[in-house]
Design a protein around this ligand. Structure first.
Ligand SMILES: C[S@@+](CC[C@H](N)C(=O)[O-])C[C@H]1O[C@@H](n2cnc3c(N)ncnc32)[C@H](O)[C@@H]1O
Length: 337
């Protein structure tokens, strides 16, 4: 066989994918050691931080340098300081602090190392789409994802045409979690009123976030399982399905879309935020990996293509479907009744 050097790909991609698994433990170690809190007041030198944390100084220096390489810290002649992303999301107590990183990462990575076993059996490890599991699992998850959903929601709110925004008075946030989506809309629309639907354990979290963002007086709550709960027929202007269809799967997902349709006022809008691969499921990698995440953790969850969403939305009666780019893994879907 001729040796076609020019056509031989280097193994870089494989190394990068395998070594990518080191990044999460590096971040988790920093979080668990309380490292980011050390910079809350400003810069710090390695000696001083090592003494304050009671850890090995030479070992800490390697961790600090790795975090510089990963883009979480900046390094001066002697001192280190936070990069903006770490300052905003990794310092405990901050408004956008990503809570529960360590818990979440450890839990997820343990499961992911069992993917081969799940592919063999075709059976998930846990079923977070079962009510008892869901009520235990989601209270931790929804705190963790608040900053991501809120960033995407805020971008959506600032990109939507003013005329469309002005029409929104009543909002139903289904499977609201920490209410990141509806809080962003409520902040931008001072007269909008929001109904949040979720399990009681999660509603308690939504309440605390609504309070924190100063919109609690316009929030009402509906506790229950969305599969069994009729949506209030209140003629909503906006119904939000944020990151719920992927864990519900096709059958329940279609039902959610149909229920959203009947809860909407004439010309009302359904907003769907989810991970969406290309129609032939060839990319991007993130939604396709998320499909495996659903295989590991749900009975019937999966990711769905834009063609599937368009078909389901048309079947439910929606007349117009538009997409909007946001700081999220996939575009947001806006479907008008
Ligand atoms: C991935 S979180 C999404 C939270 C939020 N919408 C967001 O995008 O950030 C899924 C949410 O759906 C809720 N949920 C899942 N199954 C549910 C069910 N059967 N009934 C009510 N809520 C449910 C969970 O409690 C959780 O708050």
């Amino acid at each position: 066989m001729p040796h076609k050097n020019m056509d031989s790909p280097p193994p870089t991609q494989i190394m990068e994918d395998l070594w990518a698994a080191w990044r999460a433990p590096t971040l988790v170690a920093a979080v668990e050691l309380g490292l980011f809190r050390q910079f809350a007041e400003g810069r710090g030198a390695c000696e001083q931080i090592a003494a304050s944390l009671g850890v090995s100084e030479p070992a800490l220096r390697r961790l600090l340098d790795a975090l510089v390489g990963m883009g979480y810290l900046k390094k001066g002649a002697v001192e280190y300081e936070l990069e903006p992303v770490a300052e905003r999301y990794l310092v405990p107590g901050g408004e956008f602090y990503v809570e529960g990183i360590a818990q979440f990462a450890r839990r997820m990575s343990d499961d992911w190392w069992r993917l081969g076993e799940v592919i063999k059996s075709g059976r998930s490890l846990i079923k977070v789409d079962d009510e008892s599991r869901a009520r235990e699992f989601f209270p931790t998850l929804v705190r963790h994802i608040f900053p991501w959903s809120f960033a995407a929601a805020s971008a959506a709110v600032s990109t939507l045409p003013k005329a469309a925004l002005r029409r929104i008075g009543r909002i139903l946030d289904v499977a609201a979690g920490s209410a990141a989506w509806s809080i962003a809309f409520a902040k931008a629309l001072p007269s909008a009123r929001v109904t949040v639907l979720d399990f009681p354990e999660v509603i308690a979290i939504a309440r605390s976030y609504a309070q924190r963002f100063g919109v609690a007086d316009r929030f009402g709550y509906l506790e229950g399982n969305l599969r069994a709960t009729e949506f209030p027929q209140t003629s909503y202007d906006l119904v939000i399905l944020g990151h719920i269809i992927h864990s519900e799967g096709e059958q329940w997902g279609k039902q959610l879309i149909a229920k959203a349709f009947s809860a909407l006022d004439e010309r009302g809008v359904l907003l769907i935020a989810d991970l969406i691969p290309t129609d032939n499921r060839t990319g991007p990698a993130m939604p396709l990996l998320f499909s495996l995440n659903m295989l590991l953790h749900t009975e019937s969850g999966d990711v769905f293509t834009m063609a599937e969403y368009r078909r389901w939305l048309a079947e439910a009666g929606f007349k117009k479907v538009a997409t909007l780019r946001a700081p999220a893994p996939s575009p947001l879907i806006f479907a008008t009744k």
